[in-house]
Design a protein. Structure first.
Length: 616
């Protein structure tokens, strides 16, 4: 909802601040007073084109700011967050635009400069202007489809179709990749296949390279190992080396020392020392046994060549797919999986195309359900809007919403027939099917939004041909048509929207009872959303909850520049525009002026009666 609009030095408006409230607000004033500048200000903060010619004379720049109340979970809040801004503590967004008399304009969101497109994205969620310069948007088939979907409430059908469409497109992308990248895919597949075969031929095992290197180290140092072990055994127990060796080793000498202590036949320290020598003898025996077994298990030097050959094979693998044997094994296992996805064989193509055919038929069914929901909503919306038009001074006018299904293509999505085992031929078959309709993939009548062509056709008077919206009505007629559409959508939606609807020229060519009905319907729309209407008709303005008057004032250059000063009485007088809220008797006088151009007793009484009747 638009809480506040503030303007400075824009056209004839030196400065104005309008505080809006929920419901319906009327903006009135004599022709040429400057009401259009208020709409221009809204267009500026909505990211519209900036015109330096709109800057007030003698002012360096024009400025406009809109303050919007926004829910934290709304789409507008999400857009602001994506742009790096957030809601104020009061849940408001500040959109402003500065237009210099020369140079580029500056867009600001909550105090931070942003691209103009950010304001446009935000305003699309916050404001809808229905005026002669703003009606072409609804002429877009995209906007018409979005509007119909909103009225239809077909979120479930659209969600189901979107899921089916995404699945179809994913399969199309896989098939397209096989078709357009056949050579590179085949080269990659050949590389993977050869690499897998080479790794499997070597058949590496986790940790094998480290085990083999340790074994090679022992073989290469076999002489040093034999010499060292032999010397150690000779010192400990020479009989392990030479049974005819003379003299005892360390083990024998300790044994002699133990026996000498036992021969004392005395307890105490001698017996303890003998027991300790027994323990030492046992430890030495274990060492001798271990060293002897090492001599027995000495590696065969003749195996060194085959050992080096195996280590070299593993090294070749780790250099290409390593750095470790474990990495080589992991790469091979992943390559096997990649090969399955890159399989460009006819069988693989047939499998993918069969799945694609199933997905296509599923998407068609979902599109049919969506089309039925749209057609039902289109029929009801056409009837409702046409009935409303009769009460808006457009008797005999009608709206027809056509939902036309695009014709299905017989072969679209059909599985491939098994006619060849040659991969290249299969690719050519796929390419032929996909290029028959000039597309990367043949989705037949489907696109991202279903299979429907939607068109809003307006008949402005009986006997007229059905014409596309935007090309078949005047600005006022189109504004009233949009009012009827917004009313139908609001009644369907039921809840209150954060959108602000601004209507300009909606009363063009309307008078009498039709004007009253127009005001009544604007007030009805205001129960569901904020409505701001620029009007010349008292019968319309009387239905508003609040009213602002735009009027010309004679002032000095200071006032014209927006300073608010009284200026020098001798200064050249200029015409400026002021905007003021009217309440009570002031509003009665404005309604009277709109009725008869005067404030006579009769027109004042008529104004009071009109306000009273509109308040019912």
């Amino acid at each position: 909802m638009l809480n506040e609009l503030e303007i400075s030095a824009l056209g004839p408006i030196g400065h104005a601040r309008l505080a809006f409230s929920p419901g319906m607000t009327a903006i009135t004033g004599e022709t040429g007073a400057g009401k259009s500048m208020l709409l221009n200000a809204v267009r500026l903060i909505s990211g519209g084109s900036a015109d330096s010619g709109q800057v007030s004379a003698q002012a360096g720049e024009a400025w406009a700011q809109g303050v919007f109340a926004v829910s934290p979970d709304s789409a507008a809040a999400a857009v602001a967050q994506d742009a790096g801004s957030s809601l104020s503590e009061d849940g408001e967004l500040f959109l402003s635009r500065t237009v210099p008399s020369s140079g580029r304009s500056r867009a600001v969101l909550c105090g931070h400069s942003v691209p103009r497109s950010v304001l446009a994205d935000l305003s699309a969620q916050l404001v809808t202007i229905h005026g002669q310069a703003d009606q072409l948007r609804i002429a877009s088939s995209v906007r018409q489809r979005e509007f119909l979907d909103m009225v239809a409430g077909d979120e479930q059908e659209r969600g189901a179709y979107r899921a089916a469409w995404d699945e179809l497109r994913a399969l199309d992308e896989r098939l397209s990749a096989l078709k357009s990248q056949e050579a590179s895919v085949r080269q990659r597949a050949d590389y993977l296949r050869e690499s897998i075969e080479r790794i499997n031929a070597v058949d590496p095992h986790p940790g094998e390279d480290e085990d083999l290197k340790a074994k090679r180290s022992r073989i290469e140092n076999a002489a040093d190992i034999t010499r060292g072990v032999g010397q150690a055994l000779a010192a400990l127990d020479s009989s392990q080396i030479d049974v005819d060796a003379e003299g005892p080793g360390a083990a024998g000498l300790i044994e002699q020392a133990q026996q000498s202590l036992r021969a004392i036949h005395a307890s105490g320290p001698f017996e303890e020392a003998a027991d300790r020598l027994v323990s030492i003898t046992t430890d030495i025996a274990d060492v001798v046994f271990t060293l002897s077994s090492q001599l027995d298990a000495d590696e065969d030097v003749d195996d060194l060549d085959s050992l080096n050959a195996r280590i070299h094979e593993l090294g070749e693998l780790t250099r290409r797919w390593g750095p470790s044997v474990e990495d080589v094994i992991a790469w091979r296992d992943q390559a096997v999986l990649d090969m399955e996805d890159m399989d460009a064989s006819p069988e693989k193509l047939e499998e993918l195309e069969a799945r694609r055919g199933t997905a296509y038929r599923k998407a068609l069914q979902a599109a049919e359900a969506l089309s039925r929901a749209r057609s039902a909503a289109a029929k009801q919306l056409s009837k409702t809007v046409s009935e409303e038009l009769g009460s808006l001074a457009m008797a005999g006018a009608r709206l027809d919403i056509q939902v036309t299904q695009r014709a299905a293509v017989a072969h679209a999505g059909a599985p491939a027939t098994k006619t060849t085992r040659d991969s290249a031929a299969a690719h050519r078959s796929l390419a032929t099917r996909q290029t028959q309709h000039g597309q990367d993939s043949d989705t037949g009548p489907l696109d991202a939004h279903g299979r429907d062509d939607i068109e809003f056709l307006f008949t402005p008077f009986p006997g007229s041909a059905q014409l596309p919206m935007g090309k078949s009505a005047s600005g006022g007629e189109l504004s009233r048509l949009m009012l009827a559409l917004e009313l139908a959508a609001a009644d369907k939606r039921g809840d209150r929207s954060e959108m602000t609807f601004i209507f300009d020229e909606v009363d063009a060519g309307v008078g009498g009872k039709a004007a009253v009905e127009l005001g009544r319907r604007l007030a009805r729309l205001a129960r569901h959303a904020q409505v701001i209407v620029v009007t010349h008709l008292a019968q319309v303005a009387s239905w508003a909850d609040a009213q602002f008057v735009v009027a010309k004032e004679i002032g000095t250059a200071d006032i014209a520049e927006g300073s608010g000063g009284t200026g020098d009485r001798g200064a050249t007088p200029v015409v400026a525009t002021g905007v003021s809220a009217v309440h009570g008797e002031a509003r009665v006088r404005e309604i009277a002026r709109m009725l008869s151009g005067s404030e006579s007793a009769a027109s004042l009484n008529h104004a009071r009666e009109l306000l009273a009747s509109s308040d019912q």
